[in-house]
Design a protein around this ligand. Structure first.
Ligand code: SAM
Length: 247
């Protein structure tokens, strides 16, 4: 069963993207989109692609500055919610407190100043590893917490340049939580020792992207908190890297 199609994860991600912040940690999708904006200062901002966009907050945030943003995710439930939010302007969701108890949260584009952004986004169900020809020529591609959910991250990294403009920017954030449920050990690009030397996922990404990209900034830590119940939270620190297509 795909976890990202469940009620549980839908509620958690709606709250993560559109609900409260905890322990002083700011909104993660908004923060990532803000860093993308800074990286794109003075560059063309015609179109952006948000891969693994979940319920869409980073897609909407990117649309504050891009003319057009596509948000793609493999989860039907997530994309349905993101699309409904844009259509209706607001959307309620369940926030679990304990056991079956919980309360209703509400995402509102108006409250977040995202009404205008809503008219510039397009959400669709799609596989980031098998993108059609239509998804091409983007000035920016953002993949937030996606690569450690892919079956074959190397294949993804080796082909993603095809969807970017010539000097397009690729931004990847990830806590590198390698799990064999998602990525078979044989497909890991880091997180192991090779001939007694540790290979990190960052090193694996540098290797996989070296044919078409250069790293354009120092990696940045971006923390996030996902609320599971009123008394249980996941506090994670993703690493965000930015790459420019050079060939
Ligand atoms: C850990 S969540 C991160 C979601 C969002 N970017 C964020 O940071 O909140 C991973 C997301 O990637 C999606 N996903 C997993 N594999 C995918 C694929 N091959 N193509 C597109 N989306 C995928 C999942 O459905 C899920 O929404």
């Amino acid at each position: 069963m795909n976890l990202y199609e469940t009620d549980e994860l839908l509620g958690q991600y709606m709250a993560f993207h559109f609900g409260e912040s905890y322990f002083g940690v700011g909104n993660y999708p908004a923060r990532c989109a803000g860093i993308c904006q800074e990286l794109m200062a003075g560059r063309d901002k015609r179109s952006a692609l948000d891969l693994g966009c979940a319920v869409g907050r980073s897609t909407l945030e990117l649309a504050r500055v891009f003319e057009r943003v596509d948000g793609l995710d493999l989860s039907n439930r997530f994309i349905e919610s993101a699309s409904q939010l844009v259509q209706k302007g607001e959307l309620e969701y369940f926030v679990r407190d304990q056991g079956e108890l919980g309360h209703t949260g509400k995402a509102s584009l108006t409250d977040l100043g995202l009404d205008r952004a809503g008219s510039k986004v397009r959400f669709a169900v799609a596989d980031a590893c098998n993108l059609g020809q239509d998804y091409a020529g983007y000035d920016l591609i953002f993949a937030g917490n996606l690569i450690d959910r892919l079956e074959d991250p190397r294949a993804f990294l080796s082909s993603i340049h095809q969807h970017l403009a010539d000097d397009g920017t690729l931004v990847i954030s990830s806590p590198y939580t390698l799990m064999e449920d998602y990525t078979p050990r044989a497909n890991w690009i880091g997180g192991y020792q090779r001939n007694g030397t540790p290979v990190t996922v960052l090193e694996g990404m540098k290797e996989a992207l070296s044919g078409h990209f250069e790293l354009i900034a120092e990696p940045v830590d971006v923390p996030f908190v996902i609320r599971e119940t009123a008394r249980k939270f996941q506090h994670t620190i993703a690493e965000l890297t930015a790459w420019r297509r050079i060939r």
